[in-house]
Design a protein around this ligand. Structure first.
Ligand SMILES: NC(=O)c1ccc[n+]([C@@H]2O[C@H](COP(=O)([O-])OP(=O)(O)OC[C@H]3O[C@@H](n4cnc5c(N)ncnc54)[C@H](O)[C@@H]3O)[C@@H](O)[C@H]2O)c1
Length: 169
């Protein structure tokens, strides 16, 4: 991994609830970190987060465009994915935890974290852009997937399958 000198500049994809905390962190440590770009399909959330950060000029509605513009400054790739459940969304909605139903580990009723390749992320598109831009860094896989966590054998299998999927992208 390359050593970063000076201020760390970040681009955020998703400007909803949790990004407000990320923005607060950027503001609290403004001498060390700066948010230079935002991406969201919601104009309202983009504006709210940009306002909170004091105005962010680079705004995108498509993460691929953002990656094309900023990808030559990516120094690390994190391998994690997220799957959505239409059935869970229909049954329980997404506003509050269910009263009786129990969500899967590492997830809620309508979503769950997965190994790379078992979720919605378009890794082929992401790697194509990074490859075009000359990315040569590593990809570290984070294992939070109810299908694999819990036993040593399952966790090893999760890493192997996640890495194999990424190698094929
Ligand atoms: N809230 C937390 O405490 C927390 C903690 C850790 C991780 N996370 C993870 O962070 C992510 C965001 O959580 P949140 O609570 O901010 O959710 P949220 O629903 O408040 O915000 C999600 C944002 O993503 C945007 N979005 C949806 N599809 C998009 C797309 N294709 N391209 C760009 N933007 C898109 C939505 O418009 C929305 O603004 C989730 O994956 C969540 O699991 C959340």
């Amino acid at each position: 991994m390359k050593k970063i000198n000076g201020k760390v500049r970040v681009a955020l994809v998703g400007t909803g609830g949790i990004s407000s905390a990320h923005a607060k962190g950027c503001l609290a440590h403004a001498n060390k970190i700066e948010c230079v770009a935002l991406c969201d399909i919601s104009e309202a959330n983009l504006k709210a987060r940009s306002d909170q950060l004091g105005g962010v000029k680079a705004r995108f509605s498509d993460w691929r465009e953002m990656l094309r513009d900023f990808g030559d400054r990516v120094f690390h790739v994190h391998g994690k994915d997220c799957a959505l459940s239409a059935e869970g969304l229909y049954d329980c909605g997404n506003f509050q935890p269910p009263t009786f139903a129990k969500p899967p580990a590492f997830g809620g009723m309508c979503w769950r974290y997965t190994i790379p390749g078992h979720g919605l992320m378009d890794w082929v598109a992401g790697f194509r852009i990074l490859k075009d831009l000359g990315y040569e860094g590593c990809v570290s896989v984070e294992l939070e997937d109810a299908n694999f966590n819990g036993t040593e054998a399952g966790e090893k299998q999760g890493f192997v399958l996640g890495c194999r999927y990424l190698q094929g992208c």
